[in-house]
Design a protein around this ligand. Sequence first.
Ligand code: SF4
Length: 529
Amino acid sequence: MTEHTKTDGLPGDEAPAQPVVLERSRPRNERMAGDKIECNACPVLCQISVGKVGACDRYANRDGTLVRVDPVVMLRRSLGGSAGIAAVVPFASDEPADWSGDLLLADEVFVTGVGSSTTYPDYKPAPFIVASQSAGVDMVTVVTEGIFSYCSLKVKIDTDRYLGPEQANVRCKGEVVGHVTTAEYGSQMLSLGGVHHLTGGSKKEGRVTVEMMELLGNKQPVEFTIDGGAQLLLQAGRAPVVNGVEEQRMRVGCGSATIGIFAKQFYGLADEVVVVDDHITGVLTEHQAGRCLDMRASGIKLRGRKSTPGRYFQVANPGTGWGGTDIADPLSIIERWDATAAWPGLRLLMTSTTGEHCSWYVLDDALNPIEQALPPAAQTVVDRIGENCEPSLTTVLFLGGAGGSLRAGVTDNPVQLTRAIKQALVNVTCGGAPAYVWPGGGITVMADVMRMPERSFGTVPTPAIVAPIEFSMRMADYRALGGHLEHVRTLEQVLRRGAWHDDGAPTGRRWLPNPAGNAWPLGQPPLLG
Ligand code: SF4
């Protein structure tokens, strides 16, 4: 612009100046003691004295430097080599002792988000943006710890016992932290945590909720009570404990399915078989399976609501007795016998869907069932039912919304990441564990905590959950979505130097083997196909 074309009082048309980005903001509290550091890794902005940690125990003031105290977890594809599994090794070493050049070439290392630090206050690029090669393809993995306000745990409890009414409150330390949700086949389901319990209730409710989520996510035991239902002790990967009793078996199927599966094996051993189940109680001679075996009708009449032949709903109330009902005496579900069909000497087997409960009766002359010892041949079939029941487990899935600000750690144009994920150009993992990305808008991911490294989850007092997340893609796709290319580091640079920024960066790394059941995060078909 020449001098004479300038217009006084109007802005010029030069490009706006770039903002000055401070590595760390000026302290909010100007009177903060000189030896304190303000951590800005989350909105709490702790002021941390030398030798102390912040409110979340994750960041510390180490001799005037803000550091992430936990090591970042690195996965090795295979065991062996020079990497000391589970050993913590410092970054910033000229000659790292835990890797050799071949390890880098061998497509063997994956940097996880566990302990990696975060992108807060949101415009910061992810702490690790790692270039590597996989099967000859240039790859990049964007690694961070997400701070999740929108997150929950979906808990699957393998039991047919009644835990409480659907929609009932689930409590931890007296606080409502979730609810009973729709039961699935052979399992009761809970939905725990979530934004309304974290931030929508009292401070105490939020604190108890976030502590519960951290413990359960980190595979620790947590006690719960369900309003109008059971007391639970739950731990991911372990059998649930219901009202003080450890569950053993998941039912083989509903009562009708159990009748169908074992009908031929019951044939000839009993004249009638009733499989008691809170969902569908099965009656062999009336069921299609018994009719196809041309079994004689026994004349038994059950309580409850008949669904289809040989299949009955609501024979009793839900409970922790036989087959997830509240009954202790199986005869209580028999309304009567049709005297024109039943006969003295009729042999009746009653069992639950797990085979844990079973009784054997023979009708007397007045058609009253008289309990007798279970014949060995019938016992064999009941044992077979038990054998077909899988062990009862508690499964905990982490469900988190990654569609918000953490995307800015990947690209300046966050919707590009969302689109690339929907186009299957990006493999999303949580601590290296495969993550299911829900269809529809946003990036809502779900991962099994049992497939994630130990101590993957942390908390911040906002309150929110801290969880690892990684986005792996071809380098060309990362470039196309406007990634932070200036912050890409090679695997070798990462192993030598650590995170790209100094402020709150991890100071060490911990090696773990890639879990046997987890696909290698960089080897997924859309990435390498
Ligand atoms: S709670 Fe943790 S992450 Fe948040 S400011 Fe304090 S030390 Fe930093």
